[in-house]
Design a protein around this ligand. Sequence first.
Ligand code: ASP
Length: 445
Amino acid sequence: MIKVAKFGGSSVANAEQFRKVKKIIESDPDRKFVVSSACGKESSEDHKVTDLLFLCEAHVRFGVSYEPIFEQIEAKYNRIKKELKLKLDLEKEFASIRSVMKRGMSTDYLVSRGEYLTSKLLAEFLGYDFADAAEVIAFRYDGEVDMDRTRALIEARVTDRGLVVPGFYGALPNGVIRIMSRGGSDITGAILANVVDADVYENWTDVSGFLVADPRIVKNPLGIPCINYSELREMSYMGANVLHDDAIFPVKDKNIPINVRNTNDPDNPGTLIMADCSEKDAVNPPHIITGISGRKDFTCITLQKMHSSTEVGFLRKILSIFEEYGVSIESVPTTVDTYSVIAASDLINHCLYDIVGKMKEELKPDDIRIEEHIALIAIVGRAMKDQPGISGRLLSEFGQNQINIKVINQSSYELSIIIGVHNRDFEKSIQCIYDRFIKEEGKNA
Ligand code: ASP
């Protein structure tokens, strides 16, 4: 069996975390491929190395001394090296980064040094080989990863010992370093899982996978044992962020499950993310609701015009105004002659009145209203499909708890129901749904 294990920043934040990683790696000989993020925060007052590197870059750009910040980074790595009695010549590494900074460097080079240094130390500590991502993760000039070339480069580095690859960056065909978007080490792990044909991609972080609801709202929510890609997309789009969105694509192609695990609680099985959970469901039937997530602060523009429902293209005209202003739309609930368009307030605020003005001018509505402070809640669940009564029970829960529903949306895929409420009812709504569908009804709903 081949396992790719990616460790996030909190898993490699200090020497103590490095020891936990080693225990995890040594407990399973299949974990031969390791991807590491840069050291994350040790405490809430601490800073992620990547953030400090971005800060150094800004100092270089504005001609302000970066030394006090760079020294913080050096101190962090020196502490890890000393505590774990490692041999890596960090002075030489720092000197070479400093000299590149003095000559003028690319942002990508500088901010990738967090992953580079962390992975070098980790490789030595684990007794694994180190493969610089600049040498094995091959970008094309269009910014896409060249999977075939990456596969060949990785294959050439495989030995009996394991391999540690830094996450978050690779190199263009001319050797210039290129970073991914923030949190991109998740993508590196997925790429590696694809090219080595892994049986599982383990993503080790500081939470035991996905939870049914946000623990800041619901006390001790249950974990989600298994979630499919579409559910995951719905959950993370609506705010449940554990894994980088783009980490799905490389593993999806090959049906490689992702297992999100907790470095601080390695016995917890975490969450399995799979294309199809039906085999798992046959053994362990899922709850009707896989998860509840949501976001506050949406704005809803509602337009009414008599007989417009029979006018072909009327909805397109409304939507094209949003397109013209570059506003991404979240949801478009409609009834006869009435259309609500919902968008995130921070995306629409700067042009809200322009959009409304344009709607008035071009569409001549009978009425147009703006409603702000709307929260959208996604109730997601593969088990909801073809089950009569779910939305009935859901809506009655809102009624019994005196929560006014402003918007309801469900596509015929029946994978999720989106409910819009006032921001002030957001937490209460999530708690009520959790209590009813997870606590009270259990799995027999
Ligand atoms: N270190 C990078 C970041 O902070 C990438 C990662 O950790 O995945 O975004």
